[in-house]
Design a protein around this ligand. Sequence first.
Ligand SMILES: C[S@@+](CC[C@H](N)C(=O)[O-])C[C@H]1O[C@@H](n2cnc3c(N)ncnc32)[C@H](O)[C@@H]1O
Length: 244
Amino acid sequence: MTASLEVPEKMQENLASPNKETIRGFFNDIASCYDQINSLLSLNLDEYWRRRAVSLVLERGVGEKNILDLGVGTGKFLKRFLPERSWKIAAGVDFSSGMLQQAEKKLPAQCGLIQADVHDLPFADESFDLIISSFTLRSVKDRNRFFRDVRRILKPAGKIAFLCLTRPRSLLGRALYTPYLKFYLPFMGGLISRDPKAYRFLSESIQSFPSPSEIAKELKFVGFKEVLIFPFTFGISTLIRAEK
Ligand SMILES: C[S@@+](CC[C@H](N)C(=O)[O-])C[C@H]1O[C@@H](n2cnc3c(N)ncnc32)[C@H](O)[C@@H]1O
């Protein structure tokens, strides 16, 4: 008699917090349709959030010269910053080769695209004036270590800006958003991308992600100052901005 090696459903990996290889696999699999599905599922709000974020990030201080996007994906966030300043260095990091291939098509050749894990940033101390990241913080396993490392590679008085998918704060907002998050998002995302696990990860990781004020506390704990929270669209997306 042969024993079944199939892992029971309940014992399979928790999709709210899968391992790095699983996450990388998700993004490689959906890279070619990532932008279209995002726009469809968010009713194009993702573009509005990126645009709002750019103006809030650049409203203070004009001295930015070197910019880095962590989890650059297909390059949509970084691309919005490029025309706003004459950057000396503009770079993006991502561990998914599929996403980086899409970014290459979108970003000018001068942008440095580096395949690396954001848990292990390959940069010297005090390299960047501005570090941005959109919709990637949910994938970070050890935020304490990550925030310390981000601070290390940031120049004195440098800024960070993390755009995150969050949950509405009001009870009514939550009541309306929860069915979308729990059922519509994984169902439609899985159907269109033909990768149901990737969109279950999206849904479950948003549900288990800490609130913006908890993230703000974590940033202060590692030494960031001027930590500000900007909720967008009833709080389903939030920009967290801070300074070194
Ligand atoms: C939800 S996508 C966001 C992409 C892009 N920033 C945007 O606004 O559309 C998250 C990106 O982060 C990357 N990512 C996730 N975890 C990572 C890690 N540990 N190291 C490097 N990149 C990571 C994924 O490959 C993916 O491209």
